[in-house]
Design a protein around this ligand. Structure first.
Ligand code: DGJ
Length: 378
């Protein structure tokens, strides 16, 4: 009787064992526990993360990383696939969600395959409950001359995103000046004071050029589109409307003539910090820090926040985003791209912690680090 019972269960046990063995690779898969700036960064499928010029959205317990999907070789500098999305709970291990916004097969679409689609960023609108993506768009076959911005929306964070339109922002609008800036920076529409102002006025009717960009949602839920404009000579900080899909027409110019690209921004203790780069194509140059007590300025240039060896070239990288780490005080990660224009897919990610000394901020090179670094802060 007992023997019979044993035999009856034998096939089930064997079956369970088989399932366990088949799932063994999943349980044994090593979880990443640190950041290694500049190294290959495998996703949950073991592939190097493909989300360049990216930004991060934190939504309901998950971080979502959006970036340019690159392909091999120089061809990878054009958009052949779209915007890639990954998600993570711990910032080390990223799950591949695939392509959130696909470039189009339609040759008449603004985002047709072979366009240039760079630096996508996503924000969430609490009113409309939509996820809104903005990016820098260059029309196919026209190099970098179109200098447009594109917008797409989705009902879920990981998409799919529907492309809405591309355009040059703030057509017909003059910059906003605060009391502090009006006296020194106000444009003379009749007689431009310099070449940069002439570029601004040249584009007044058709809209301002929009290239490298980021998005920022402030504590009052107002959102801003920050982009290189005026032939990359100036940064514009432009307010978005209530649903985050267009501009209100209010914007300020930051350091006309200073040629800042790759803007990334955060706020700490009521003060705004913006880090960008100079304008040297894919080649690295010194990072630039600006601070301000108001989003519209006046912004103050504070020099290069990077220190030590490699600081003059931002350790080989260029800023793309500054990520506030959830539930940790004063925890911000500087995210940069180490571009490989000859083999675009091989671009690397440099993530480094920001270090504060009072109101001063610094970036130091680390070969390897983890979020525990923020626990040691006062
Ligand atoms: C520098 C920008 O920051 C990148 O996003 C890209 O547009 C390259 N220039 C192209 O040269």
């Amino acid at each position: 009787m007992t023997n019979l019972k044993r035999n009856k269960w034998a096939p089930q046990k064997f079956f369970l064992l088989l399932i366990l063995i088949l799932h063994l690779p999943f349980f044994l898969k090593a979880q990443l526990k640190s950041f290694k700036p500049g190294a290959i960064w495998p996703d949950n499928k073991g592939m190097h993360i493909n989300a360049h010029g990216g930004g991060i959205l934190y939504h309901e317990g998950l971080y979502y990383w959006f970036g340019e999907h690159k392909i091999e070789g120089e061809a990878g500098n054009l958009a052949h696939v779209g915007v890639h999305c990954y998600s993570s709970r711990d910032l080390y291990n990223w799950k591949d969600y695939g392509i959130a916004l696909k470039v189009s097969d339609d040759p008449n679409s603004d985002i047709t395959k072979g366009c240039i689609l760079e630096r996508p960023k996503v924000i969430y609108n609490k009113q409309t409950k939509k996820f809104v993506m903005w990016f820098h768009l260059e029309l196919a076959g026209k190099g970098y001359s179109a200098a447009r911005t594109g917008v797409a929306t989705a009902d879920k964070a990981n998409g799919p995103y529907t492309f809405i339109r591309s355009f040059r922002p703030n057509a017909g609008q003059l910059p906003y000046y605060s009391k502090e800036t009006a006296a020194t920076e106000k444009l003379n529409i009749e007689k431009p004071a310099n070449k940069v102002d002439s570029i601004f006025l040249r584009d007044l009717k058709g809209g301002q050029m929009a290239r490298d960009m980021t998005l920022y949602v402030d504590e009052d839920d107002k959102a801003y589109h920050i982009f290189s404009s005026e032939e990359n000579k100036t940064l514009h900080i432009a307010e978005l409307n209530d649903d985050y899909t267009s501009h209100t027409g209010k914007f300020s110019r930051v350091y006309p003539g200073f040629e800042t690209e790759a803007p990334a921004i955060f706020k700490r203790n009521g003060k705004y910090y913006m880090i960008g780069s100079g304008c040297t194509g894919w080649a690295p140059n010194p990072a630039r820090l600006f601070t301000s007590n108001s989003i519209y300025g006046p912004w103050k240039y504070e020099g290069n926040p990077c220190t030590g060896e490699g600081a003059q070239k931002t350790y080989g990288g260029q800023s793309t985003y500054i990520l506030p780490v959830q539930n940790k005080k004063d925890a911000f990660i500087f995210m940069a791209d180490k571009w490989d224009p000859k083999d675009a897919i091989n671009g690397r990610y440099l993530w480094l912690p920001l270090v504060f000394n009072g109101e001063k901020v610094e970036i130091n090179w680390l070969e390897e680090w983890n979020l525990g670094i923020f626990n040691r802060r006062l």
